[in-house]
Design a binder for this molecule. Structure first.
Ligand code: G6P
Length: 467
């Protein structure tokens, strides 16, 4: 069996590292621990090097997984991570172009860091390795590897959405990046819409040609496109949620509700998550229901605070939350609890089981695994209702949730009322359909599907219709 080399910006080196694992890292960790292999990426550290020299990668072996990580300099972090990845690509890919802040030197730094990743990775590669590159931080990497003569099977998976060509074209430098992604053998997406948008963009901006549902041609090479919706370990998460009900954090939360219905939102504090819109919907809901009948708990963990849009958002959300509580609160009751401090995944599983309504209403989201976790956490005998943005990738699989347009505050408020008042039989029916969509899948299965496709045989046999 060939060795798997995963490359991602975040690398979750277990213990001993200032670990920070996003959804991407959590999904891959199990697979890599079981299969073994090499995981390459950023250490998470920002260091200043004497004379601008770069240190070689640091190595750590944990069980079957070898980790090779690079520090970034301040300037690299500013240009590559904060500047171009999160200040240009992230807002563009989520169709929020007004949040883009472009500086030409950030694009330069983005390319340089991608090339530095390639320079340091190439000496570590073996002939039979399969290389799997992840997400929008590393769009230049497949091209950079090919330029160094690497001809190993190379896959790229985009965890975030990919909009249509007109929306993509607004990001300066994107044409070269799309060409670099097209140096891959297999490019994976969360939904069929993302795949088709990419194909249209590759045709219009990068001179590629679509030769089939799942294939394109670029410079005489065949590139395969596939749809691989990211998954969670649903049964495991369900068991965790059930077990948490008896434990302190969930018990204390339940007691504090004193019989009120709980509405729950769990997000990184990110402009794509639609938090001001969600709070506006909640304001409308609470203005029409009796005091002390429902409480919303919103956990919004600060994220990417070097990016101005994120700092502004925090102030906006704090202020909206304050005004809801001052307008509708009573001396003995506040309708909204807004917490910046993140909670552990296990604790969140318990909170989800308690919540009558799960609010997952991003303006746009690649998948949104919180939606799947909320479904998995429910008590089948008395399940809560998921209110889900139709612009989250998860909506393609969870059509039995109450689907909403997050830009329509009144429509969202109606859906929340409906969720709060929904009869048991309908809640059970909807939950069951959602559970069916996620129950059989695992993140390891998702990864294996991608890796199976990243072989000569697999590329020929890509599933015909993605979801
Ligand atoms: C999203 C991205 C990931 C990223 C995560 C956390 O899920 O798709 O690539 O790691 O957010 O964001 P951060 O900027 O902290 O890595």
């Amino acid at each position: 069996m060939s060795r798997i080399v995963v490359v991602s910006n975040r690398v979750p080196v277990p213990a001993g590292n200032a670990g920070h694992a996003g959804g991407l890292a959590v999904a891959l960790l199990g697979l890599m621990q079981r299969r073994g292999g090499l995981w390459f990426g950023w250490s998470g550290a920002v260091t200043e090097t004497a004379g601008g020299d770069h240190a070689p990668p640091a190595f750590a072996q944990r069980g079957a997984v070898g980790y090779a990580t690079l520090d970034l300099t301040e300037a690299e972090h500013r240009g590559y991570y904060t500047g171009y990845s999160n200040g240009v690509l992230w807002p563009m890919l989520h169709a929020l172009p007004h949040l883009m802040v472009f500086r030409r030197q950030d694009l330069e730094t983005y390319r340089k860091v991608n090339h530095r990743f390639a320079d340091n990775l190439v000496p570590l590669l073996r002939d039979d390795d399969r290389i799997w590159v992840h997400d929008y931080h590393l769009m230049s990497l497949p091209g950079a590897l090919r330029a160094q003569g690497v001809d190993n099977p190379t896959g790229f998976f985009l965890h975030v959405p990919f909009p249509g060509p007109e929306a993509v074209a607004v990001a300066p430098g994107i044409r070269g990046l799309v060409q670099d992604v097209l140096a891959s053998d297999l490019i994976g997406f969360q939904t069929a819409t993302d795949r088709d948008n990419f194909a249209a963009t590759a045709t219009e901006l990068a001179g590629a040609m679509r030769t089939g549902d799942q294939t394109m041609e670029m410079g005489g090479r065949e590139v395969h496109l596939g749809v691989f919706p990211a998954e969670i370990a649903a049964s495991e998460f369900a068991a965790t949620a059930a077990a948490q009900v008896g434990l302190e954090p969930t018990r204390l939360l339940a007691q504090s509700l004193r019989g009120q219905a709980l509405l729950l939102g769990i997000d990184r504090l990110d402009p794509t998550k639609g938090l001001p819109e969600r709070l506006e919907a909640f304001r409308r809901v609470i203005s029409r229901r009796p005091a002390r009948s429902a409480t919303m708990l919103q956990i919004a963990a600060p994220s990417r605070e070097d990016v101005l849009a994120y700092r502004r958002l925090r102030a906006e959300v704090d202020s909206a939350a304050g005004s809801i509580n001052s307008e509708f609160g009573e001396p003995d009751w506040l309708p909204l609890r807004l917490l910046a401090r993140p909670q552990s995944r296990d604790t969140i599983a318990g909170f989800m089981r308690l919540a009558k309504v799960g609010l997952v209403t991003p303006l746009r989201d690649g998948m949104n695994l919180v939606a799947k976790e909320y479904v998995a956490a429910q008590d089948p005998a008395d399940p809560g209702v998921l209110v889900l943005s139709r612009f989250a990738g998860a909506a393609a699989q969870l059509g039995s949730a109450l689907l909403v347009n997050p830009h329509d505050a009144e429509g969202m408020a109606e859906a929340i009322h409906r969720a709060l008042d929904m009869p048991l039989a309908e809640r059970q029916e909807r939950w069951w359909a959602s559970w069916q969509a996620i129950a059989g899948a695992t993140p390891e299965g998702w990864g294996e599907d991608f890796l199976r496709a990243l072989t000569p045989d697999g590329l020929e046999r890509l599933p015909v219709a993605g979801m």
